[in-house]
Design a protein around this ligand. Structure first.
Ligand code: NAD
Ligand code: LMR
Length: 340
């Protein structure tokens, strides 16, 4: 009996020690656009994770219902819903992470840039609110066109005097998730064990899967490599066509957005070696924003891991992407700086 008691109490002591030596921080996460096709499943995935202790749901419609529904789930995240711009202060104050899937999605025949006219001002206004109410938050932008919306948000934060280039990300995780899925399928691998970095941006030819750096290492005939690359670049359009007018990728995006948000939470909690690809302010190429693998830390970007060694095919893809990225970036910057 004595032995049993002492080993049980030793276990409790160890458990308490473990708790007191880990510096787990409460991470408060907001989703802006939380009632939408991405927002709702993303909020569900965030709600079920113990990494999130507060979940704040903002949209211009329906958030009280979404929040009431999610709040009945028996997980720790305290969930609140906030509708309309007059409630942005309550939605965003004190947030550590803000994920933005607000805005309209594509219909068949549209490019992501065709969404600019509607989504640019939505992202601008949300970035203004972040500058005001949570200037230290890490911000992940899902709203398209990502190649322009990240520069838009950055210019807004610069004007507000709260810009920190380490804290703002275009979420390109879906491109990585898709690359992993398609390559696992082609090579009959377990998709959970495949990792393909994707660099560049998030539209057509700016999406550059770096298959030469995939783990595990894979090789393809030239034709197959080109077909696979094209499928990854056009994967968003594949979903838009299949949905036939009812929107674009929502469920896979929610999965990818949650993965990215969890990585930010882990980095905030001091976990080391958290690496994700994301579209960030960058001096790695001649494009002022460029997605590469990034080591994340508590303040966002801790280390840009750069391009690594590219095949000559991938180098050509980078060269082709740069002018398009520069154009989309300028369009975003001009939207903020020339309209005021
Ligand atoms: P959706 O129309 O289903 O949802 C968008 C939500 O945004 C709606 O609930 C709407 O009320 C809300 N909204 C509109 N204006 C708002 C504002 N000012 N403030 C807060 N919320 C606002 O669209 P969706 O399918 O969820 O897609 C959202 C965006 O994500 C689109 O721009 C789409 O192109 C983009 N997207 C990006 C990726 C990526 O990989 N980065 C992947 C998929 C979709
Ligand atoms: C995607 O890649 O699925 C998104 O950018 C949505 C779209 O319009 O393709």
């Amino acid at each position: 009996v004595f032995l049993l008691r002492s080993s049980a109490s030793a276990e409790v002591v160890n458990h308490v020690r473990r708790l007191s030596t880990t510096s787990t921080k409460n991470v408060k996460v907001a989703v802006c656009g939380a009632s939408g096709g991405i927002g709702q499943p993303l909020a569900l995935l965030l709600k079920q994770s113990p990494l999130v202790t507060k979940l704040s749901l903002y949209d211009i419609v329906h958030t009280p219902g979404v929040a009431a529904d999610l709040s009945h789930i028996d997980s720790p995240a305290v969930t609140s819903g906030h509708n309309g711009p007059e409630n942005l202060k309550d939605a965003l104050s004190g947030m550590d992470v803000v994920i933005i899937p607000a805005g309209v999605p594509r219909k068949p025949g549209m490019t992501r840039d065709d969404l600019f006219n509607t989504n640019a001002s939505i992202v601008r206004d949300l970035a203004e609110a972040c500058a005001k109410y949570c200037p230290k938050a890490l911000i992940g932008i899902i709203s398209n066109p990502v190649n322009s919306t990240v520069p838009i948000a950055s210019e807004v934060l610069k004007k507000a005097g709260t810009y920190d280039k380490r804290r703002i990300f275009g979420v390109t995780t879906l491109d990585v998730v898709r690359s992993n899925a398609f390559i696992a399928e082609a090579k009959k691998l377990d998709p959970r064990k495949v990792n393909v970095p994707v660099i560049g941006g998030h539209a057509g030819i700016t999406i550059i899967p770096v298959i030469s750096q995939a783990t595990p290492s894979v090789s393809f005939e030239k034709n197959q490599l080109e077909a696979l690359t094209l499928r990854i670049q056009d994967a968003g359009t594949e979903v838009v066509k299949a949905k036939a007018g009812s929107g674009s990728a929502t469920l896979s995006m929610a999965y990818a957005g949650a993965r990215f948000a969890f990585s930010l939470c882990k980095a905030i909690n001091g976990e080391s070696n958290v690496v994700e690809c994301a579209y960030i302010a960058s001096d790695i190429t001649e494009s002022p924003y460029f997605a590469t693998p990034i080591k994340l830390g508590k303040d966002g970007v801790a280390d840009n891991l750069g391009l690594g060694k590219l095949s000559s095919y991938e180098q050509d893809l980078v060269q082709a992407a740069i002018p398009e990225l520069q154009k989309s970036i300028k369009k975003g910057e001009d939207f903020v700086n020339k309209s005021s």
